[in-house]
Design a protein around this ligand. Structure first.
Ligand code: GLU
Length: 428
């Protein structure tokens, strides 16, 4: 048995889709491996004056449709295999929503939670310095991803501009508003996922007020999604972060949880310190503690994995009780789990569609940076909605036409567009 890595999981999904598309050998080859893998070791002096080194990557998967585009993550698991898989997903994602980009991804294998703010800035600047030749508005445009923030984007742009002696507002997206950012970019991933889910619910003639939602992950995407859903009348029954989660059959108020998290550092911090919990307070609030694993298997209608990849696999997919799974994270459902879900009639709205809102608003930010013309929040929201709904309609149509899952359909839509671009450019 070959070892399952994020990239082998991507190739597996690709394999099932391309069979039906009848691609040529040359076309297949271009979709199976990245065009460029840039690796380096990034060294900084830590706060104790000691030199520390971290492996760093920029994988440029495919640029048939436009400049490479994709975030940078800071995480201990961000190795070459993971970054490769994420770069490939970006190429499909930008094609599914039909924005003029290819796909890439970056990563630094480190634990940013252990960094001071100064160390974080040093690492971010070192990344921009190391890969500066491969980056640029017309070449490869990074953005935030797991554990990377607007501040980090600002440091990277600043470093890039210093190093290249240019003014380069469009070389990176997800920047702070004070330095070329885009209105609505912070909420874009959650908002895009919300538009898609709302459309799905509407077309399946369901009532949000009767739907219970469990969300794994309370970062930018997960937390904002919880707030959107709560406001729209859905009942959020569980949320979690890397420390664990809470569940209430009667529903929880994500606005309160957000305050708790800001105050204590985690969603359970208000109730538990380490393994010691204030049982009285939990009873009073009708909540109970759950692990991240338990959260996935709770009674609910919609499950939203919004943390890391491979959360739902062949091992736990049979225990999932939801009828819809909306992938706000990248790659949270493994190919084995996909099969189990398909058999059980559970609809998975795949990452390349569900979380594409982030890169769509990044596209607005990139175009704002290139033209110098500022966008309003209303424009950004309205265009995001239009693009997400068009993509959803296209994927749903393809799924119905070919009797495929939403993931297979989304991959098919994306791959066809990439292949078409490769053809007209004379690459294949
Ligand atoms: N990191 C996000 C993603 O995985 C956003 C990428 C971007 O805005 O370029 O889609």
């Amino acid at each position: 048995m070959t070892l399952s890595t994020p990239f082998t999981r991507f190739q597996k999904t690709l394999g099932t889709v391309v069979q039906q598309l009848k691609l040529s050998k040359a076309e297949m080859k271009m979709l199976q491996e990245p065009q460029h893998i840039h690796r380096s070791n990034i060294s900084i002096k830590n706060d104790h004056g000691k030199k520390v080194t971290f492996p760093a990557f920029r994988v440029q998967f495919n640029n048939a449709r436009g400049p490479y585009k994709g975030g940078i993550r800071f995480h201990p698991a961000a190795d070459e295999e993971e970054v490769k898989a994420l770069a490939a997903l970006m190429a499909i994602k930008t094609a599914v929503v039909d924005i003029p980009f290819g796909g890439s991804k970056g990563g630094i294998q480190c634990d940013p939670k252990k960094f001071s703010r100064r160390e974080l800035q040093e690492v971010s600047r070192a990344y921009a310095r190391t890969f500066k030749e491969h980056l640029g508005a017309d070449l490869d445009c990074p953005a935030p991803d797991v554990n990377t923030t607007p501040d980090i984007m600002a440091w990277m742009r600043d470093e890039y501009e210093k190093q290249t002696h240019t003014y380069a507002p469009a070389m990176i997206t997800g920047k702070p508003l004070a330095y070329g950012g885009m209105l609505g970019r912070d909420l874009a991933t959650a908002r895009g996922g919300f538009f898609v889910l709302e459309e799905m619910i509407l077309r399946d003639a369901l009532d949000p007020k009767e739907l219970r939602v469990a969300i794994q992950g309370f970062g930018n995407a997960g937390a904002n999604m919880a707030l959107f859903l709560h406001r729209a009348g859905y009942m959020v029954v569980a949320v979690s972060d890397s420390q664990g989660g809470i569940y209430s059959a009667e529903g929880i108020d994500p606005f309160r949880i957000q305050k708790y998290k800001q105050r204590t550092g985690s969603v359970i911090g208000e109730y538990c310190k380490g393994s010691v919990c204030d049982i009285k307070k939990m009873k009073l609030d009708h909540v109970r503690r759950v692990t991240n694993q338990e959260l996935l298997e709770l009674p609910c209608d919609i499950l939203i994995p919004a943390a890391l990849d491979n959360a739902i696999t062949g091992k736990n997919a049979s225990n999932v009780q939801a009828k819809y799974v909306l992938e706000l994270a990248n790659g949270p459902v493994s190919p084995e789990a996909d099969k189990i879900f398909a058999k059980r009639g559970i609809q998975v709205i795949p990452d390349v569609l569900a979380n594409a809102g982030g890169v769509v608003v990044s596209y607005f930010e990139w175009s704002q940076g290139r033209s110098g013309r500022l966008w309003t929040l209303d424009q950004s929201k309205a265009d995001l909605k239009r693009i997400m709904l068009e993509a959803f309609t296209e994927v749903r149509r393809e799924a119905r036409r070919t009797n495929a899952t939403y993931r297979e359909a989304a991959f098919a839509v994306g791959i066809k567009r990439i292949v078409e671009a490769m053809k007209v450019r004379g690459w294949v």
